[in-house]
Design a protein around this ligand. Sequence first.
Ligand SMILES: [Zn+2]
Ligand SMILES: [Zn+2]
Length: 290
Amino acid sequence: MSKKFRYECRGEWYKGNTHIHTTASDGGKTASELAQMYAGAGYDFLFRTDHHVASDVVSEAGDFPLLWLDGVELGGTDGGGSIYHIVCLGSFEGVSSDKSLEENLEIARSQGGIVILAHPHWTGNSFEDGLRHKFHGVEIYNHVCRWLNGKGSGLFIWDSFLKQHDILGFAVDDAHVKPEHPGWDGGWIMVNAPDLSRKAILNAIKAGNFYSTCGPEFHSITLQDGAVTVCTSPVKFARMAGPNSKGARTGSFDGELLTEAEFELPSDWSYARLEIEDAQGRRAWTNTLF
Ligand SMILES: [Zn+2]
Ligand SMILES: [Zn+2]
């Protein structure tokens, strides 16, 4: 692996969520209520991703205790007959529910959006569906889908993509916060950025300088002399995952908790990513390291 190391952890870590619904679509809380709740849970930023309603947070009145960023969730059937939900991060003009999925996707891409395949397991997307529209990212954990029918994981399709090309992995809430979709603060990302501005957060996400988590934390991810070292919150296991059955691991079922792990980088894997798992079985995942 002679490619460039992805992680640069000299900035601050900022906690955020890239998939949130408000009362502008089918969410149960206003942007103001959500900002209060999430700021209270330690969040620094949220992307507003209402169904077919592209947000415009800059021109909106309101003083929020965290940073809102623009986004939208597209849904529909493509020309191949497959259903998709697609989260697009960025500010968009022209998205609407009477346009086709492809037309809306083209708007999002041409206006610089980060395009993410949402909850593929829950929607029922095949890997071929995933390849048809070049996504920048895929949701690897969706908290509401886990609650709805247990189909919150996107890890399998993520690794299928990674064998072919790099793609970012996102843990998200998809919060609606109403009785039929109650969960929130179950999956989020930690972005390492020089400051908490929209530009810095978007740039760091585009570069993949973040990790996804349902609880445990990476405090640092560094490369030295062909080995990657991580400092973490107390965890039971740390693993490095590569294509198919490739893997390395440390930790034990009955041992003490770890807060540091080191892995030699294998030269013959096409990609490598790290994950950690805490005593409650909650996991966190880096993007691919290179
Ligand atoms: Zn959705
Ligand atoms: Zn959603």
